[in-house]
Design a protein around this ligand. Sequence first.
Ligand code: XMP
Ligand code: MG
Length: 183
Amino acid sequence: MRATDIGQDFEQVLYTSQQVQERLTEVAAQIDADYRGEDLLLVGVLNGAVMVMADLSRLMKSHCEMDWMAISSYGSGTQSSGVVRILKDLTNDIHGRNVLVVEDIIDTGLTLSYLVSNLRSREPKSLEIMTMFRKPEAIQNDVEVKYIGFDIPDEFVVGYGLDYAQRYRNLADVATLKPEIYR
Ligand code: XMP
Ligand code: MG
Protein backbone atom coordinates (compact mmCIF):
# COMPACT_ATOMS: atom_id res chain seq x y z
CA MET A 1 0.00 0.00 0.00
CA ARG A 2 1.00 3.60 -0.56
CA ALA A 3 0.87 6.43 1.98
CA THR A 4 -1.88 8.07 -0.09
CA ASP A 5 -4.08 4.98 0.39
CA ILE A 6 -4.35 5.60 4.14
CA GLY A 7 -2.98 9.13 4.33
CA GLN A 8 -4.74 10.04 7.56
CA ASP A 9 -2.31 8.00 9.74
CA PHE A 10 0.82 9.83 8.62
CA GLU A 11 2.44 13.11 9.54
CA GLN A 12 4.89 13.18 6.66
CA VAL A 13 6.22 10.94 3.90
CA LEU A 14 10.02 11.00 4.30
CA TYR A 15 10.84 8.88 1.26
CA THR A 16 8.67 7.54 -1.52
CA SER A 17 9.23 3.98 -2.67
CA GLN A 18 10.84 5.38 -5.81
CA GLN A 19 13.36 7.40 -3.81
CA VAL A 20 14.18 4.29 -1.78
CA GLN A 21 14.75 2.26 -4.97
CA GLU A 22 16.95 4.98 -6.47
CA ARG A 23 19.17 5.11 -3.39
CA LEU A 24 19.29 1.31 -3.17
CA THR A 25 20.45 1.13 -6.78
CA GLU A 26 23.46 3.26 -5.84
CA VAL A 27 24.21 1.21 -2.73
CA ALA A 28 23.92 -2.05 -4.69
CA ALA A 29 26.46 -0.77 -7.24
CA GLN A 30 28.84 0.13 -4.42
CA ILE A 31 28.50 -3.35 -2.90
CA ASP A 32 28.99 -4.97 -6.32
CA ALA A 33 32.21 -3.02 -6.77
CA ASP A 34 33.53 -3.72 -3.26
CA TYR A 35 32.94 -7.49 -3.40
CA ARG A 36 33.85 -8.04 -7.04
CA GLY A 37 34.93 -11.67 -7.52
CA GLU A 38 34.43 -12.44 -3.82
CA ASP A 39 32.06 -14.77 -2.03
CA LEU A 40 29.29 -12.80 -0.28
CA LEU A 41 26.68 -13.80 2.26
CA LEU A 42 23.95 -11.28 3.02
CA VAL A 43 22.53 -11.68 6.53
CA GLY A 44 19.10 -10.11 6.87
CA VAL A 45 17.73 -9.16 10.24
CA LEU A 46 14.08 -10.23 10.50
CA ASN A 47 11.46 -8.94 10.23
CA GLY A 48 12.23 -5.36 9.30
CA ALA A 49 14.96 -6.02 6.75
CA VAL A 50 12.87 -8.25 4.48
CA MET A 51 12.04 -5.47 2.02
CA VAL A 52 15.59 -4.08 1.96
CA MET A 53 17.05 -7.55 1.43
CA ALA A 54 14.62 -8.37 -1.38
CA ASP A 55 15.25 -5.13 -3.24
CA LEU A 56 18.98 -4.72 -2.56
CA SER A 57 19.83 -8.30 -3.58
CA ARG A 58 17.88 -8.00 -6.82
CA LEU A 59 19.56 -4.70 -7.70
CA MET A 60 23.00 -6.30 -7.33
CA LYS A 61 24.65 -7.59 -10.47
CA SER A 62 26.79 -10.24 -8.81
CA HIS A 63 26.05 -13.49 -6.96
CA CYS A 64 25.25 -13.53 -3.28
CA GLU A 65 23.75 -15.91 -0.79
CA MET A 66 21.16 -14.95 1.80
CA ASP A 67 20.57 -16.04 5.36
CA TRP A 68 18.40 -14.65 8.15
CA MET A 69 18.51 -13.95 11.84
CA ALA A 70 15.69 -12.88 14.09
CA ILE A 71 16.52 -10.90 17.21
CA SER A 72 14.29 -9.04 19.57
CA SER A 73 15.22 -5.63 20.84
CA TYR A 74 11.91 -3.81 20.92
CA GLY A 75 8.57 -4.81 22.35
CA SER A 76 5.55 -3.46 20.58
CA GLY A 77 6.32 0.16 21.48
CA THR A 78 8.77 2.72 20.17
CA GLN A 79 11.52 2.52 22.84
CA SER A 80 14.62 0.30 22.70
CA SER A 81 14.59 -2.11 25.66
CA GLY A 82 18.34 -2.72 25.46
CA VAL A 83 17.63 -6.44 25.84
CA VAL A 84 18.60 -8.46 22.78
CA ARG A 85 17.62 -12.08 22.28
CA ILE A 86 18.27 -14.42 19.35
CA LEU A 87 14.90 -15.77 18.26
CA LYS A 88 16.20 -17.44 15.11
CA ASP A 89 19.84 -18.07 14.35
CA LEU A 90 21.60 -18.35 10.98
CA THR A 91 21.18 -21.59 9.05
CA ASN A 92 24.74 -21.46 7.72
CA ASP A 93 28.18 -21.39 9.31
CA ILE A 94 29.81 -18.02 8.52
CA HIS A 95 33.36 -19.02 9.46
CA GLY A 96 35.76 -17.72 6.79
CA ARG A 97 33.03 -15.99 4.78
CA ASN A 98 32.41 -12.39 3.75
CA VAL A 99 29.32 -11.38 5.69
CA LEU A 100 27.26 -8.28 5.05
CA VAL A 101 24.53 -7.64 7.63
CA VAL A 102 21.44 -6.06 6.07
CA GLU A 103 19.45 -3.92 8.51
CA ASP A 104 16.33 -1.85 8.18
CA ILE A 105 17.20 0.86 10.69
CA ILE A 106 19.80 1.70 13.28
CA ASP A 107 18.50 3.80 16.12
CA THR A 108 20.67 3.67 19.26
CA GLY A 109 22.90 0.99 17.75
CA LEU A 110 22.39 -1.30 20.75
CA THR A 111 20.92 -4.10 18.65
CA LEU A 112 23.66 -3.82 16.09
CA SER A 113 26.56 -3.80 18.53
CA TYR A 114 25.22 -6.99 20.11
CA LEU A 115 24.79 -8.57 16.71
CA VAL A 116 28.25 -7.58 15.50
CA SER A 117 30.03 -9.01 18.53
CA ASN A 118 27.98 -12.19 18.28
CA LEU A 119 28.80 -12.64 14.59
CA ARG A 120 32.47 -11.69 15.05
CA SER A 121 32.90 -14.54 17.52
CA ARG A 122 32.07 -16.93 14.66
CA GLU A 123 35.18 -15.69 12.82
CA PRO A 124 33.92 -14.59 9.42
CA LYS A 125 36.52 -13.50 6.88
CA SER A 126 34.96 -10.04 6.89
CA LEU A 127 31.95 -8.42 8.52
CA GLU A 128 30.29 -5.22 7.33
CA ILE A 129 26.94 -3.54 7.87
CA MET A 130 24.40 -2.13 5.46
CA THR A 131 21.38 -0.26 6.80
CA MET A 132 18.57 1.42 4.92
CA PHE A 133 18.09 4.09 7.60
CA ARG A 134 20.20 5.50 10.40
CA LYS A 135 19.18 7.87 13.17
CA PRO A 136 21.50 10.49 14.73
CA GLU A 137 21.97 8.66 18.04
CA ALA A 138 23.68 5.78 16.24
CA ILE A 139 26.42 8.16 15.16
CA GLN A 140 27.06 9.17 18.78
CA ASN A 141 27.35 5.52 19.72
CA ASP A 142 30.10 5.09 17.14
CA VAL A 143 28.65 2.11 15.29
CA GLU A 144 30.69 1.48 12.18
CA VAL A 145 28.33 1.14 9.24
CA LYS A 146 29.79 0.83 5.76
CA TYR A 147 26.65 1.28 3.66
CA ILE A 148 23.85 3.67 4.58
CA GLY A 149 20.69 4.32 2.60
CA PHE A 150 19.59 7.50 4.33
CA ASP A 151 20.40 9.35 7.53
CA ILE A 152 17.06 10.38 8.98
CA PRO A 153 15.88 12.67 11.81
CA ASP A 154 15.31 11.18 15.25
CA GLU A 155 11.65 10.36 14.69
CA PHE A 156 9.77 7.11 14.69
CA VAL A 157 9.24 5.98 11.12
CA VAL A 158 7.19 3.23 9.54
CA GLY A 159 6.91 1.56 6.16
CA TYR A 160 9.22 -0.38 3.87
CA GLY A 161 9.44 -3.18 6.46
CA LEU A 162 9.35 -0.93 9.51
CA ASP A 163 6.39 -1.38 11.81
CA TYR A 164 4.53 0.19 14.62
CA ALA A 165 3.03 -2.68 16.68
CA GLN A 166 3.45 -4.92 13.58
CA ARG A 167 1.48 -2.57 11.33
CA TYR A 168 2.60 -0.54 8.30
CA ARG A 169 5.37 -2.96 7.20
CA ASN A 170 3.64 -3.27 3.83
CA LEU A 171 3.60 0.47 3.29
CA ALA A 172 5.79 1.01 0.22
CA ASP A 173 6.82 4.52 1.30
CA VAL A 174 8.55 5.57 4.51
CA ALA A 175 6.59 7.93 6.72
CA THR A 176 6.31 9.38 10.21
CA LEU A 177 3.18 8.55 12.16
CA LYS A 178 0.85 11.12 13.63
CA PRO A 179 1.50 11.23 17.40
CA GLU A 180 -2.12 10.27 18.18
CA ILE A 181 -1.53 6.89 16.51
CA TYR A 182 1.06 5.79 19.08
CA ARG A 183 -0.11 7.72 22.11
P1 XMP B 1 18.52 0.15 18.22
O1 XMP B 1 18.10 1.28 19.10
O2 XMP B 1 18.97 -1.02 19.01
O3 XMP B 1 17.18 -0.26 17.50
O4 XMP B 1 19.52 0.60 17.18
C1 XMP B 1 17.17 -0.96 16.32
C2 XMP B 1 15.85 -1.62 16.08
O5 XMP B 1 14.79 -0.86 16.64
C3 XMP B 1 13.69 -0.77 15.78
N1 XMP B 1 13.48 0.64 15.43
C4 XMP B 1 12.47 1.13 14.72
N2 XMP B 1 11.44 0.51 14.15
N3 XMP B 1 10.65 2.59 13.35
C5 XMP B 1 10.53 1.25 13.47
O6 XMP B 1 9.58 0.72 12.92
C6 XMP B 1 11.67 3.29 13.90
O7 XMP B 1 11.74 4.50 13.76
C7 XMP B 1 12.62 2.51 14.62
N4 XMP B 1 13.74 2.84 15.29
C8 XMP B 1 14.24 1.68 15.77
C9 XMP B 1 14.04 -1.62 14.59
O8 XMP B 1 13.51 -2.91 14.76
C10 XMP B 1 15.55 -1.70 14.61
O9 XMP B 1 16.06 -2.88 14.05
MG1 MG C 1 15.39 -4.44 12.83
